[in-house]
Ligand binder design. Structure first.
Ligand code: GLY
Length: 412
């Protein structure tokens, strides 16, 4: 069966590499892919109908959607009348990620523990709430913002600054949420579901902030590792209070969900709280998860369509895995691209080089094309061993303005 992976990041490269372990890589296509994926097909994925035409013309049997935008644009919906299996929810279900207020109402209706929130369209209406919390809150833009719509604030000034940034992007009136800020350790929990059963993967640590010590602006993610040690009691609580009611809601509301579901969770003194859903695999969480997944990913995904997901055993290697994101200086704001990349051939075989912002030029050149350029992934018997491997590899890569965090997998 031919497979099309939608997207161009290291997450999609990781899906490609994982599938290639079990099937002929010539059967796997990435739309539009990147400089590291063999069969990258230049196609504008903002138009789902174009993607559908390509898939029908090329007898694709399964479409795996990586990023959220195509799902929110109805990528899964356009395939509804075809026999092609699509991994990813419909536009309606994708609101769990594309609308923070939709997701919050869903959580509240199902009794899922989540921080209290209120919804506003004007800052002046929100001021009493902001003052009451002394600015100690989380400001969330209601729509998709490519990882740049959430501001964790510590003062009223922080909130005003964050609001001003959003106003520059979205104009005078837009919906935003003010959410109580909670303290605790955050984790990413991802699973695959057929809309009835969900199979959870091990929880991962994701580093969202740009700089060491978790400072600076939010990004799409600068690194990750697994396994994150969570006690059995907390894990049981996450399952009973968050995962089970979510699946009940998906069924009761007829969301007909087939694909990956991501729970952004914080462990507070009072127990786990759900911060957000993503309707896809996380990036860079995927890079650590799929590197250490033992189960055949294609069989697992097919089981979402043939009713056998319940019987599937999803297994992972008993190792530590670290992912380090190599980025362009200036990311997540303005940055320059088109810089030549060298040194990849110096990296040892036990480190996976997953491309996200690269493009081939001529026979031998590789250029930077975006903010996140690579994810380096390595495994080890200890977390320290896996992080040492990715940091040794990072030193060998060169391009102008290269940047990466120095504390991924370390003790913060
Ligand atoms: N790493 C966070 C995300 O994929 O949204």
């Amino acid at each position: 069966m031919k497979i099309a992976i939608i997207g161009s990041g290291a997450r999609e490269h990781s899906i490609y590499e994982k599938l290639s372990r079990h099937i002929d890589p010539k059967q796997i296509f990435a739309l539009p892919g990147n400089g590291g994926i063999l069969n990258s097909v230049s196609i504008d994925i903002t138009y789902p109908e174009e993607v559908k035409k390509y898939c029908l013309r090329n007898r694709i049997g399964m479409v795996i959607v990586g990023p959220e935008e195509p799902l929110v644009n109805g990528m899964a919906d356009v395939f509804a009348e075809t026999s092609i299996m699509v991994i990813g929810p419909t536009k309606n279900s994708a609101q769990l990620e594309s609308s923070k207020s939709f997701a919050k109402r869903f959580m509240k209706e199902l009794g899922i523990p989540t921080p209290d929130y209120r919804e506003f369209t004007l800052l002046e209406d929100a001021m009493p709430q902001i003052n009451a919390l002394n600015g100690n809150l989380v400001l969330k833009y209601d729509g998709l913002a490519g990882g740049k719509g959430v501001y964790v604030c510590s003062s009223v000034e922080d909130v005003e600054e964050a609001y001003a940034e959003l106003k520059k992007r979205y104009g005078e009136e837009f919906t935003f949420l003010i959410e109580k800020r909670l303290k605790g350790e955050e984790l990413s929990l991802i699973g695959v579901t057929d809309g009835d059963t969900i199979k959870l993967f091990p929880p991962c640590k994701d580093y969202k902030k740009l700089n060491d010590g978790d400072s600076g602006p939010n990004t799409g993610g600068m690194g990750a590792y697994l396994p994150l040690k969570i006690s059995d009691d907390v894990m049981k609580q996450i399952e009973s209070d968050i995962v089970v009611p979510t699946m009940r809601g998906i069924k009761e509301k007829g969301l007909g969900y087939k694909g990956f579901l991501y729970f952004g969770i914080i462990i507070t003194e009072k127990g786990p709280r759900l911060l957000e859903y993503n309707v896809r695999l996380g990036d860079p969480e995927t890079q650590v998860l799929l590197s250490s997944m033992k189960t055949n990913l294609l069989t697992l995904l097919e089981s979402c369509f043939n009713g056998t997901l319940k019987e599937q055993n999803v297994e992972f290697e008993d190792k530590y895995t670290t992912a380090l994101v190599i980025a362009s200086g200036g990311y997540p704001f303005a940055f320059r691209t088109g810089f030549e990349i060298t040194g990849l051939n110096q990296i040892s075989d036990d480190v996976a080089i997953l491309h996200s912002g690269t493009q081939k030029k001529g026979k031998n050149q590789l250029l930077t094309t975006s903010g996140r350029v690579f994810t380096l992934v390595a495994k080890g018997e200890t977390l320290e061993e896996s992080r040492q491997k990715v940091y040794q590899a990072a030193k060998k890569i060169h391009f102008k303005k290269i940047t990466y965090r120095k504390d991924i997998g370390g003790i913060n």
